[in-house]
Design a protein around this ligand. Structure first.
Ligand code: TXA
Ligand code: MG
Length: 321
């Protein structure tokens, strides 16, 4: 079992020995290892059961340090970095040879981010290497937003989890790069498209259903709970499942349903707040996935602001079911 605590020096000593540590960020918890040590990076893939063609994000403590790992920083992307780092933004930039092939799965660009969580920022400042950190969940499962989520799924495999409380944003970072002069969003996330467009103008959003995704996080099978997960109009779905005699749980944006037991329903934000809904999303999906029911019924949120990224996760969760 992993030890859980807020001892930065201890986290640091494990990382310096090449071991892995669960770390808090404002988006989701990461499974971190020394990004410049190929053995630590290999251990990340093994621990997560992640295919090696799915590259990792390199986390560092400041914009100034990014130059150690990238050979070019296009002006528009730098503007985004200046505005939104530390924060839920990941940039794809041409990598320097110091970045191991395994981190980028052999791609020319490395994904870089400066996360915004006090414990992890201090940790990164104290380390003399950057951290490679995918979300700290087994491959294909829901991302963790609390230290306990990491403990439940990877606790047997890692020595330490740095507990920074529940994640403030609750959705993974938004991944942004350039194709020619065009700004492209490869993964919708905790930084809203509108905020990005306010800085750099119109962007292109790459559809995740592409059969040859340039960010494999676009694969449909991500974020899936183990139970069948059905999306639609909740009143209709509830009536149907009741008529068919199914035992079900309900995940709504804000509605509560009188006829359904409390423990079988979660409203993401009773006050219709998309930020609150994002914070609660993954923990709610986990809790309902652990509830003894046959199927989870859910609805899409308004397709605006963070609602777009939330709906992206809900749709991918539903693909499996
Ligand atoms: O918020 C986040 O980004 C969290 C926290 C821990 O920082 N990390 C995270 O990592 O979500 P992960 O590994 O679960 O998702 C990273 C995504 C993957 O889908 C991967 O395909 C994509 O980023 N990615 C990483 N490096 C890439 C690269 N060089 N080119 C294209 N896509 C890349
Ligand atoms: Mg992930």
């Amino acid at each position: 079992m992993a030890q859980i605590g807020n001892d930065i020096a201890l986290a640091r000593s494990f990382l310096e020995k090449g071991q892995l540590v669960g770390i808090p960020t404002e988006t989701v918890y990461g499974l971190a290892g020394n990004a410049l040590n190929p053995e630590s990076v290999a251990l990340i893939f093994e621990t997560k059961n992640r295919p090696s063609f799915d590259p990792l994000i390199l986390h560092t403590s400041s914009l100034e340090r990014v130059g150690e790992f990238v050979s070019d920083f296009p002006e528009k992307l730098k503007q985004l970095a200046k505005k939104f780092w530390p924060g839920p933004l990941t940039l794809l930039l041409p990598r320097k040879p110091i970045v191991p092939d395994l981190v980028t799965s052999g791609l020319d660009r490395v994904a870089v981010r400066v996360p915004n969580h006090p414990l992890t920022r201090t940790l990164l400042e104290q380390l003399d290497f950057p951290l490679a950190a995918p979300s700290a969940n087994p491959f294909g499962y829901i991302s963790p937003t609390q230290a306990q989520h990491v403990e439940a799924q990877l606790g047997e495999k890692i020595p330490y989890i740095l507990d920074g409380g529940p994640c403030a944003v609750g959705l993974e970072s938004t991944i942004v790069g350039m194709e020619g002069e065009e700004i492209v969003i490869y993964r919708l996330g905790g930084l809203e498209i509108g905020e990005i467009e306010d800085v750099v103008g119109p962007v292109k959003v790459k559809d995740h259903s592409s059969s040859n995704p340039s960010a494999p996080g676009q694969l449909d099978s991500h974020y899936a709970p183990r139970k069948p997960f059905m999306l639609g109009d909740l009143k209709t779905l509830i009536a149907e499942k009741q008529a068919e005699g199914f035992d079900f749980a309900v995940l709504s944006f804000s509605d509560a349903f009188e006829q359904i037991p409390q423990e079988k329903q979660i409203a993401l934000s009773p006050s219709h707040d998309l930020h609150e809904a994002a914070q609660n999303l993954f923990a709610a999906m986990r809790r309902l996935d652990e509830t003894p029911v046959q199927v989870i019924l859910a609805e899409l949120l308004p397709e605006i602001g963070l609602g777009r990224a939330i709906n992206d996760r809900l749709r991918r969760a539903a693909v499996k079911g």
